[in-house]
Design a protein around this ligand. Structure first.
Ligand SMILES: Cc1cc2nc3c(=O)[nH]c(=O)nc-3n(C[C@H](O)[C@H](O)[C@H](O)COP(=O)(O)OP(=O)(O)OC[C@H]3O[C@@H](n4cnc5c(N)ncnc54)[C@H](O)[C@@H]3O)c2cc1C
Length: 310
């Protein structure tokens, strides 16, 4: 359903130098899949205060909205998104003091790794070549190479559903696999404080190069994707990728979208697919896994926008 003209006017009234607003914004093409339609209205805050203001107003207007960081874990519907989309990519300032990096939510995770190296700090090497934003990484508790966001996150400036800003101090115990206190308490991450340690730049660079090389070897950058489509069903004792691989589903799909031949938990496309086609492959893989081994794989990818029932 299109946004009412009254709502559009009310949201436009919020625009100022810290809040850019765009109607008919091609958001799908800004995700790592590069697929999907436009957002009826996209709001781009530049600061935590602007984000808080937007959230407060949307709540006051009783309007549902969606949040997009770097768009590396979402598949946007072909029809696009009819609710307002709050996009955090312009919240992009970062500062480094001693061993602490403070970064707004939209700073790219990979940039954090680079800044850490530039300042002789260790602890952020696992973020090398990780797509998406640091706010999204905190929300998802992104993990790679045996490390995860909770290992380095000291605190976060968060926005609650009423638009109130507060600082949440976190401990590793608040997190689990794909679980964060932000997610469980419906908090938006506006800014993070990351605690790193002094490191040997030669060793830090070597670890970063090894991590980037590992991703290249896996063919992660060969085709557009969202990374892992399914969460690992740890209670089953096998990764989602191994289950899919064992069923011989690598390469399974349509002409334009298929299970990655090197990494069975990735579903990729050739640039000519629609979002619906990619989703069909995801749903079909999930169905086949359930039929074969009785495991109901849980989606890690998030489906944004206006989907017809699959
Ligand atoms: C090639 C490739 C490799 C990948 N490898 C890994 C990997 O090794 N490990 C891993 O964990 N992930 C991996 N991913 C998935 C993805 O990169 C991460 O989960 C990333 O941290 C998501 O961040 P994002 O900003 O892109 O989030 P988005 O995709 O924009 O959003 C994901 C979810 O987070 C929410 N969100 C985003 N920002 C915020 C915020 N500031 N506050 C509150 N909610 C927010 C969104 O509403 C949405 O629900 C990979 C993806 C790709 C494409």
């Amino acid at each position: 359903m299109p946004l009412s003209p009254q709502l559009v006017t009310q949201l436009h009234a919020l625009a100022d130098e810290d809040l850019h607003i765009e109607e008919g914004c091609p958001l799908g093409t800004q995700t790592t899949y590069g697929l999907g339609g436009r957002a009826a209205m996209a709001l781009f805050p530049r600061t935590p205060d602007a984000l808080a203001r937007v959230v407060a107003r949307l709540t006051q207007l009783d309007t549902a909205y969606s949040i997009l960081g770097g768009g590396s874990n979402v598949l946007m519907a072909d029809k696009g998104c009819s609710v307002p989309a709050v996009v955090l990519s312009r919240m992009s300032t970062l500062s480094v003091q001693d061993t602490t990096i403070t970064a707004m939510a939209g700073v790219l995770s990979a940039r954090i790794a680079e800044e850490a190296l530039a300042h002789g700090l260790t602890g952020a090497e696992f973020l090398t070549a990780l797509p998406g934003s640091i706010g999204g990484a905190a929300f998802m508790n992104a993990r790679a190479f045996g490390r995860e966001m909770s290992d380095i996150l000291e605190d976060a400036l968060v926005v609650d559903p009423e638009g109130r800003l507060s600082t949440l101090t976190t401990t590793p115990g608040d997190f689990a696999y794909k679980v964060s206190p932000f997610r469980s308490r419906q908090l938006l991450v506006a800014r993070v404080t990351l605690r790193l340690a002094p490191g040997d730049p030669v060793a830090v660079r070597a670890a970063m190069e090894a991590n980037a090389a590992h991703r290249r070897r896996n063919g992660e950058d060969r085709w557009p994707s969202c990374g892992c489509v399914f969460k690992n069903p740890y209670s089953y004792g096998q990764s989602a990728g191994k289950i899919i691989d064992d069923l011989g589903l690598k390469g399974f799909g349509t002409e334009n979208a298929w299970v990655h031949r090197e990494h069975a938990n990735f579903i990729v496309h050739n640039g000519r697919a629609t979002s619906s086609e990619v989703r069909w492959v995801m749903e079909e893989v999930r169905r086949r896994v359930f039929e074969a081994v009785g495991v109901e794989l849980e989606f890690e990818v998030e489906f944004e926008g206006d989907w017809d029932k699959p």
